[in-house]
Design a protein around this ligand. Structure first.
Ligand code: AMP
Ligand code: MG
Length: 339
């Protein structure tokens, strides 16, 4: 298949919207990461997302909408807390899990009785949903297991020849996937951290439960509240090891490990003294910059041929919790704490 490379000019967005209406796959920019979109009402189109990504069939997708009116036909009910969260954070990087309406295809929800819905704030994503008239089912536009793409070039690396089109909307502002919360139970439960932080959720919903899969590997035999948490995710080919400690202790530790294929992934401004090749991903005290840069840094590790990347461990506060959650998975939960 020849993949069309489209810009975000109106006439090219019309081409992308027509493809979506015809049941084709189009990669689109959102404020979080690039998404691989299909008409959420078209089960066959949605099934082809799984094929293009190599995604396990039991990992459900998020449905993207552009207006509150598009929510009603997707869900069984809208709990009051969801109304409040939507009023505060939609459009934006917040996904909510609702009990689903019977008409939502099983391909979208991987057979679950719930559906994940988000209203993105990116103008191109909004425009494509409006022009196509389709709610768009879209996971991240990477091959399954590899780091999420935050610009169109990275999408093309994974998806050229596999999908109908890629819309280039520049670099993603947030850089990590949306916050995912369940609003189905009595209490709001955080399933995946993102740019809408725990403090932001609590400001609207009161206290929020944090699913144990956010910070720990799923226990043997346990059922995943969010199936995506089961898989080793966001991982480059290199082995990633998280190293928790001060800048000085980190540099000493990594220099001690210097060998062929060893690289450092450290914070901006903390490179001084490193004797191994390194990449940086934002300043230690700037988790928003870390979020923007972390997936691109993981992809660059592979381009540089890293076999083992000692990665400075981010602080899990604010959006830093999302960065930490993704890196924990990239590292297969391998964390070293320095004295
Ligand atoms: P992605 O944006 O590619 O990382 O994929 C969507 C994420 O949302 C995955 O982690 C899914 O497991 C999660 N998700 C989607 N639908 C549901 C659902 N109905 N219940 C729980 N998690 C969901
Ligand atoms: Mg993904």
């Amino acid at each position: 298949m020849q993949t069309q490379h489209l810009t975000d000019r109106e006439e090219e967005l019309r081409i992308a919207a027509a493809l979506l209406r015809d049941g084709e796959l189009v990669a689109i920019p959102t404020e979080t990461v690039y998404g691989l979109a299909a008409d959420a009402r078209n089960g066959a189109a949605v099934a082809s997302i799984f094929k293009a990504k190599g995604r396990p069939g039991d990992n459900p997708l998020i449905v993207h909408i552009a207006s509150k009116e598009q929510l009603t036909p997707l869900v069984a009910e809208i709990p009051p807390v969801a109304e409040a969260l939507a009023a505060a954070y939609w459009p934006g990087p917040l996904t909510m899990i609702f009990n689903k309406a019977p008409t939502v295809p099983d391909e979208v929800t991987a057979g679950l009785s719930t559906v994940a819905v988000r209203m993105p704030s990116h103008p191109v994503a909004q425009k494509l949903i409006q022009l196509s008239g389709c709610p768009l089912a879209a996971p991240s536009a990477n091959r399954s297991g590899s780091p999420s793409p935050t610009d169109a070039r990275r999408v093309a690396e994974d998806m050229d020849g596999r999908i109908a089109a890629i819309v280039d909307g520049g670099a993603c502002e947030v850089g990590v996937e949306s916050t995912v919360v369940s609003v189905c139970g009595d209490r709001v439960r955080l399933l995946r951290p993102g740019a809408v932080t725990v403090a932001m959720l609590e400001a609207v919903a009161g206290s929020v439960d944090i699913d144990e899969a956010v910070l720990a590997p799923l226990r043997e035999g346990a059922e995943a509240a969010s199936p995506g948490m089961k898989y080793k995710h966001y991982a480059p080919a290199a082995r990633v090891v998280l190293v928790r400690g001060t800048a000085e202790a980190y540099v000493r530790y990594v220099n001690d490990k210097a060998a062929e294929g060893v690289m450092a992934l450290c914070f901006d401004g903390e490179e001084a003294g490193l004797t191994v090749p390194y990449l940086t991903y934002g300043r230690r005290e700037d988790p928003a910059a870390q979020a923007q840069q972390v997936f691109e840094a993981l992809r660059q590790l592979d381009e540089r041929g890293a076999a083992l990347a000692y990665t400075a461990c981010p602080s899990p506060e604010g959006i830093g919790l999302a960065v930490y959650n993704r890196l924990l998975r990239a590292a297969g939960f391998e964390v070293i704490t320095l004295e």
